[in-house]
Ligand binder design. Structure first.
Ligand SMILES: [Zn+2]
Length: 273
């Protein structure tokens, strides 16, 4: 049986940040020591202080928040009351059988859902110049044929179905996607060197622009030649190019043989043969 090293169990004192043997005697000895006692007392004091501070801060924050909330609530109530006062309210006028808004001096007919008012000459209107909050159904109303707390549009005796009140209310906005229409080049399907010369790709550099006539500048000669060949081949309506002559066929065969020789030699050089 081979011997092997085994460490003693050790105990870590988290207060003094030190190790000691994990035996009852060693632990007791350490915990009774003056250093450990002093550090323990300091730690307890710090913890108490910290928790005290936290409690104080929490209480302070809560007080501040409740103060802010109270102020906001008060402001909200004030604003609401002001808005209500500005909107006015509709009361049923038994003499003319219309609702009347004293604040804005407009009448409302629940049967037709038209408004009557305006200065200097009052007129009938479906979309009176009233704030949205003052319209009938939005602002509160009292008495009359329309029950309290309803908009009136649904209840009002089956009159006009289109309501001016609805038109003047804020309408939900509709998102319209804008599509940029790039004109399609007549040769776009051909691709390659005949790619579209307008649009995002190629067009800016003039890529694929065919040179017409003019043998002047020499830079484009080869390109033009190729294009001409292409045009010739395409011009015959997809027929095969002219048959190669015997001389040309022989040259091609020789070229192919040479290519194969080179390939063989290369393979041999790499040890493949
Ligand atoms: Zn300790």
């Amino acid at each position: 049986m081979t011997e092997y090293w085994k460490s003693n169990a050790m105990h870590w004192c988290d207060i003094c940040k030190c190790w000691m043997n994990d035996t009852k005697a060693a632990r007791l000895n350490h915990e009774r020591g003056a250093q450990h006692q002093a550090k323990l007392a300091t730690k307890l004091r710090d913890m108490a202080k910290k928790s005290d501070q936290e409690t104080k801060a929490k209480a302070f924050n809560e007080a501040a928040m409740s103060k802010i909330e109270a102020a906001a609530k008060k402001q909200y109530e004030q604003d609401r009351k002001a808005a209500e006062a500005a909107a006015g309210s509709w009361t049923w006028d038994t003499e003319c059988s219309y609702y009347y808004n004293v604040t804005h001096r407009w009448y409302y007919d629940p049967k037709t859902q038209w408004y009557y008012g305006g200065e200097p000459t009052p007129e009938w209107s479906q979309s009176p110049p009233l704030p949205a909050a003052a319209m009938f159904g939005v602002a509160p109303h009292e008495g009359g044929p329309v029950p309290k707390g309803t908009a009136g549009a649904a209840v009002a005796a089956g009159g006009a179905s289109t309501s001016g009140r609805l038109d003047s209310l804020p309408v939900a906005t509709k998102t319209v996607q804008r599509v940029l229409a790039v004109p399609k080049h007549p040769l776009a399907d051909v691709g390659g060197y005949r790619a579209p010369t307008t649009g995002r790709i190629g067009g800016h550099m003039g890529a694929g622009v065919e040179v017409e006539g003019g043998a002047g500048d020499g830079g484009n000669v080869t390109k033009r030649k190729r294009e001409e060949q292409h045009a010739k081949a395409g011009g015959k309506g997809g027929t095969k190019p002219a048959a190669v002559s015997a001389e040309e066929a022989e040259a091609l065969a020789r070229r192919e043989a040479a290519r194969q020789r080179v390939a063989q030699r290369t393979a041999a050089g790499f040890g493949y043969l």
